[in-house]
Design a protein around this ligand. Sequence first.
Ligand code: BTN
Length: 325
Amino acid sequence: MREKLLKILLQHKDGFVSGEKISLELGCSRTAVWKHIEELRKDGYEVDSAPRKGYRIIKKANGIQSHEVNIHLETERIGRSISYYDAIDSTQIIAHKLAQEGMEEGHIVIANEQTSGRGRLGRSWYSKGGTSISMSLILRPKLSPQQTPQLTLLSAVAVIRGVKKITGIDCEIKWPNDVLINGKKIVGILTEMQSDPDYVHSVIIGIGLNVNQQTTDFEPDIQRLATSLSIETGQQIERSRLIAAILGEFEWLYDEYLENGFSMIRGLWEAHAVSVGTYIYARTPKQVIYGYAQGITDEGVLLVQDEQGTIHHIYSADIEIAKQT
Ligand code: BTN
C-alpha cells in the first residue's frame, strides 16, 4: 500500500494530487490515505497538504527499505524479495542463514547500518548508517565452485554500470573486486559460497558502497584511500534508486552469463580494469610479486609475468599499481 501511495505521489510531484484520486487508486477510504501519509512523514518524507488540493511530496527520504527500492526496481527476480534491517551485524551473516534455510535465488538482505561488516581477507568493513549501501544477494547458480569467482567480476561490472546510470561517473576496477574513482575505493565486493567439493549450494554476493559519506565520515587512516559518490559528485545520491539500478544491471548480466558463459562479462570487466596491462605489486598471503599483469583467466585468476619471465597465477592478493618510472 505504502509503495503504491509513494508511486502516486512521485508521479504527481510537480503538483498536488487529491485525496479522492489517491483513495480511488488505492481502493481505500480518505481517512486511510491520511493515515498512510502520516506514516510516510514519520519515515522522513516531507508531504505538503492543502485543503481542496490534496497532497504533494516535497522531499523524499533517502531510505532503502523494500518499498523504496521496489518503486525503482525493473527486474524480474533479482531483488524482488528483500529483508531489510535498520542495523545489523552483517548482511552476509543473515544471507548465509537464509540461504541455508532454503531462501530462493534473487533475495537480497539490505541494511541501513552494519555494526560488524565483513571485508575480504578477514578484514572488517565499516558502513555508516544512513549514508552507505550494504547488501547481500543470494544466488543459486548451477556452477562448479571453481567458476564462482566469475560472479565477483560480474558483480563489479554490474555495480560500475549501475553507478554510471545514476551518477554519470565512470569507475575503474582493481582486480579482483575493488571499484575505484580516481584511485580511491568506492565499493567493496565479498563473494562467499556454501558448497560441496563439486556442487555449489548458494553464492552470497556482498556489496558495500560508499554513497553519501563526507570525507570526515571515514576513519582518518581510510580518508586517503576511500571516497564516496557524494564527495565525487557534490550531490546527495538517492540510495534506493542506485540499488535498483545495480540490481537491474546485475540481472541482465547474470542471465547473459548463465546462457552464454563468461566471455562477454570478461570483455566488459577488462574494459574497466586498471590493474591489467600494467606493472603491479601483488601482495599475496605468502609473498609480494612484482610484474606485468597480463590479464585474467576464465576462472578470474590474475596472470602476472615477473622480470624473469615466470607467469604467476594470483588467486588472492592486494594489488598496488606500480608507479611508472
Ligand atoms: C572488501 O573487503 O573490499 C569487501 C567488502 C564487502 C562489504 C560488504 S557490505 C555488505 C556485505 N556485508 C558484509 O558484512 N560485507 C559485505
